[in-house]
Design a protein around this ligand. Structure first.
Ligand code: ADP
Ligand code: MN
Ligand code: MN
Ligand code: MN
Length: 368
């Protein structure tokens, strides 16, 4: 199989002729949702008669859940409830992307709609002014599933020169990274940075800080944009937490967390109190930090390659081999935020931010 898709080689000059046609008052709105795998994203587009001013102007819609691993064929209509609106960086203004929650026929949240509960938790805890920042790592693959631009038979030179590297022998696929960054900015996704990762063809971008429920919304839309940009280039982005076995880094989704108290004078003691609670709930968190109950992270959290062991909880200042890291600057300032390094690249950000919020701020004493 060719490593780059045929679609990506269609004539883009011809495409441009049509893309620049005026569209009158009409507005294209692309509805985006998480499918029944809890990892996959789906989307479909409809025309509205006018540009929506806000999310309340975008009507509910529906789709066939039996084709997305989301329902039985006999009762397959699912509701799409618009929750967050972005600009469409592909068809441009006035067109929109809209992230949706999925409800079943009885209007209860679908199994993989973890936003619903997360939103309730975040509303309950609004007074804490919870901020999150997530570091999304991912790996570029050719259509054949082989890491993008790696030798067909064999491996690139060992890890070392690639992290934050520059040059054709260090940075594989930067076009995608730069286009995705611009697409996020245009869309209104709160992307805050990017860097090449330790393994060649592996990259990271950061989203945040975002308050409460917005973290999950922005991360999911950033992932949609990533897959969509990769489609244009004819390659794939995988969020598999350990795409290449052996002496190659895995991919995580480090989650940085703070409350207003943690950010203020004397914040470190609130950070330490939160870490203490996290330590008592390690197993519960591990089973929530990837879509397969910890099985995916099992391959990644080995204690090697800048990870902690999946079996142990640890925390430390500037320690990248710990479950929780307090950044050096935060240790020095005595306030700021902490980083949970355990979530896998393919985690659901609603589950991750939700359980961190609950453990640190809702539960008194519980162990697992
Ligand atoms: P690392 O050194 O772990 O690679 P990065 O620079 O990649 O750190 O990511 C830092 C993340 O921390 C960013 O997503 C940023 O939005 C987030 N962040 C910064 N300050 C805060 C804060 N006060 N609360 C929560 N998240 C924060
Ligand atoms: Mn980072
Ligand atoms: Mn990283
Ligand atoms: Mn990090």
């Amino acid at each position: 199989m060719a490593s780059v898709s045929s679609s990506s080689r269609l004539n883009k000059v011809v495409r441009q002729q049509y893309m620049s046609l005026p569209q009158g008052q009409k507005c294209q709105v692309t509805y985006i949702w998480v499918d029944g795998t809890g990892e996959g994203l789906r989307n479909k587009t409809r025309t509205l008669d006018a540009e929506p001013a806000g999310i309340e102007d975008i009507p509910e819609w529906n789709f066939d859940g039996s084709s997305t691993y989301q329902s039985e064929g006999s009762n397959s209509d699912m509701y799409l409830v618009p929750v967050s609106m972005f600009r469409d960086p592909f068809t441009l203004d006035p067109n929109k992307l809209v992230l949706c929650e999925v409800l079943k026929y009885n209007r209860l949240p679908a199994e993989t709609n973890h936003r619903h509960r997360c939103n309730e938790v975040m509303k309950t805890l609004a007074e804490y002014s919870l901020w999150f920042g997530m570091e999304q790592e991912y790996t570029l693959l050719g259509l054949d599933g082989h890491p993008f631009s790696w030798p067909t038979n064999g491996f690139p030179a060992p890890q070392g020169p690639y992290y934050c590297g520059v040059g054709a022998n260090c940075a594989y696929g930067r076009d995608i990274v730069e286009c995705h960054y611009k697409a996020c900015l245009y869309a209104g996704v709160k992307i805050s940075g990017t860097n090449a990762e330790v393994m060649p063809s592996q990259w990271e971008y950061q989203v945040g800080p975002c308050e409460g429920i917005h973290m999950g919304d922005h991360l999911w839309v950033s992932r949609f944009l990533l897959h969509r940009v990769c489609e244009d280039f004819g390659v794939l982005a995988t969020l598999d937490p350990k795409p290449v076995k052996g002496n190659w880094n895995g991919a995580g989704c480090h989650t940085n967390v703070s409350t207003r108290q943690m950010r203020e004078e004397g914040g470190l003691q609130h950070i330490e109190a939160a870490i203490e609670k996290l330590g008592k709930n390690h197993k519960k968190h591990i089973s929530t930090y990837d879509p397969h109950n910890g099985q995916d992270n099992m391959r990644r959290l080995t204690g090697l390659h800048e990870t902690s062991s999946i079996h142990d909880f640890s925390a430390g200042v500037a320690n990248r081999g710990a479950s929780i890291r307090i950044p050096r600057q935060v240790g020095k300032d005595g306030k700021g935020y902490f980083e949970d390094r355990r979530p896998a690249a393919n985690c659901d950000p609603y589950l991750v931010t939700g359980i961190i919020a609950e453990t640190c701020l809702l539960e008194s004493e519980e162990s697992s």
